[in-house]
Design a binder for this molecule. Structure first.
Ligand code: SF4
Ligand code: FE
Length: 492
């Protein structure tokens, strides 16, 4: 059954997920003003699936059940599926102007599905079958699952087992007949609070001495021993202001990250998909990261579309839209944004089937995609700030615009003064100009900057992680051979 946005939000109320923020427990996290916008973003992934206009992008036929499922829980069956995934992410970026969080689960499903298949082939285990059963449950119930990979990692120069505090990488602390007990944490987990389930994967390739850290499993988000500490975002407390609207920049939508703690969590055997098979940790990481690097060629582009639109509106409202340098800046922003999209589409079109049958992206192109994402959104933001002007960060607050405190010699209120002096071209009211500038601020420096800027740098792996993959996949030796042939060099 495909849930509606409202049904999804209501389904969260049934969970007993433990959430802490600002040093306190948050009981009603579904309606919390800081958290709710991120729930609304995920709700859009449900809502759009019911819109006939987007059905083709938002839904797919499950290869497991034969039923129509939300694409966020689908196993890609073709390069066409991979392309549609990127298009769906661009669409959602456009509709939410934020991170809509559900992709980490989708990317995890596809990576775990193919890796468990190959693991079983080598070890005769039955992880793949267990995972298929689990995914059928997820698809049928239309659940949001948080794909959780990044461990705290402590001293980066040391392997998991060499850390002074053994918990700095998530690990198996007990193996029982009926399951395992895990301890550790996952950092900056996108969409963890508002996911029904967590699908946990190892964070790096492992050696044999690290085998207790080679673990993959799924648990409900309210499993015993599991709790989350909400990540704060720049300007987040603006959402707590009474009647918060204009100053938050994007009133309805947002992203969400948290520190997710596994304080000795029991996982029953049927939810364990890797248990000490250390030599497959690297494959799982590489595949998940590859899919998520593809994802950025969709979601960031969609958010970029909103930012470019906002910059163009700001130019209109400032009365500068006819200036040739402004037009050129919008062209440059578009060029950069579409280049990212090209990368997302290219690594999808060049995808190939895994041994398990689902489709994998082209790893080199996906890594090039994400490497560009570590740069271009920064330049797009720079140009948007250039066009917007300094007012986006110096403007008085919404309360000032609304204030009827008389301060002028002729009885003008603070609101009157703000309206008089902060007006732009006659195509827009002062409030409209404020709204668009606050949206740019939100994307460049505010709560959405987590998803659009810094996450562009570090999400799905920091730039150096992609450069390592590019080095591995770039095939310099074959290129040397090409050069030798053209240059007439005969030696091997
Ligand atoms: Fe999806 Fe992008 Fe958010 Fe990752 S950063 S979860 S790909 S919207
Ligand atoms: Fe991300």
């Amino acid at each position: 059954m495909l849930m509606t946005g409202e049904q999804y939000i209501e389904s969260l109320r049934k969970l007993k997920t433990r959430v802490y923020m600002f040093g306190e427990k948050v009981d009603n996290w579904v309606d919390h003003p800081i958290i709710r916008p991120s729930i609304n973003s995920v709700a859009m992934t449900y809502e759009l699936a019911h819109d006939p206009q987007y059905e083709d992008l938002m839904t797919a036929k499950s290869n497991l059940t034969g039923e129509k499922v939300n694409r966020f829980s689908h196993l890609h069956q073709s390069t066409e599926d991979l392309v549609k995934k990127v298009k769906m992410q661009r669409l959602l970026g456009q509709k939410t102007a934020s991170c809509f969080q559900r992709c980490v689960g989708m990317d995890a499903f596809n990576a775990v599905y193919s890796t468990t298949y190959e693991m079983d082939k080598k070890y005769g285990t039955n992880y793949h079958e267990r995972f298929v059963e689990y995914l059928k449950y997820v698809q049928t119930e239309d659940l949001t699952v948080d794909g959780a990979m990044t461990d705290p990692k402590g001293d980066r120069s040391k392997a998991p087992s060499a850390q002074e505090d053994k918990d700095l990488y998530l690990r198996i602390v007990e193996k029982r007949e009926d399951g395992i007990v895990v301890r550790g944490a996952k950092c900056h987990q996108t969409g963890s609070i508002n996911s029904h389930e967590h699908l946990v994967m190892p964070t790096i390739a492992m050696r044999e001495e690290d085998k207790e850290y080679a673990v993959c499993f799924a648990v409900p988000s309210d499993a015993e021993g599991l709790f989350m500490i909400y990540g704060r975002q720049s300007c987040d407390t603006r959402k707590l202001e009474e009647g918060a609207d204009i100053d938050v920049g994007n009133k309805k939508f947002g992203g969400q990250e948290a520190l997710v703690v596994f304080d000795d969590v029991f996982v029953p055997n049927d939810r364990v998909f890797m248990c000490e098979e250390w030599d497959f940790a690297g494959m799982l990481v590489e595949r998940f990261a590859g899919y998520h690097r593809q994802s950025y060629g969709g979601c960031k582009v969609g958010v970029g579309d909103v930012l470019i639109g906002a910059a163009a509106l700001a130019a209109d409202y400032n009365g500068v839209s006819r200036a040739s340098h402004v037009k050129d800046k919008l062209i440059e922003m578009t060029h950069l944004n579409e280049t990212l999209y090209c990368c997302g589409i290219a690594c999808s079109s060049e995808g190939y089937p895994t041994e398990a049958g689902n489709y994998q992206i082209d790893l080199l192109l996906a890594n090039v995609c994400k490497q560009n994402v570590t740069r271009f959104p920064y330049e797009i933001v720079r140009l948007a700030e250039d066009i917007a002007g300094g007012l986006m960060v110096t403007m008085p607050s919404e309360q000032d615009f609304r204030s009827d405190l008389k301060v002028g010699k002729n009885g003008e209120t603070i609101g009157d003064i703000c309206n008089k002096y902060l007006v732009g071209a006659p195509v827009a009211t002062t409030e409209e100009r404020m709204r668009v500038l606050r949206l740019i601020e939100n994307l460049a420096l505010g709560t959405a900057a987590v998803g659009y800027r810094t996450e562009s740098m570090h999400g799905a792996g920091s730039p150096q992680a992609q450069r390592i993959m590019i080095a591995r996949q770039g095939n310099i030796e074959a290129k040397k051979e090409l050069a030798k042939v053209i240059a007439g060099i005969k030696k091997d």
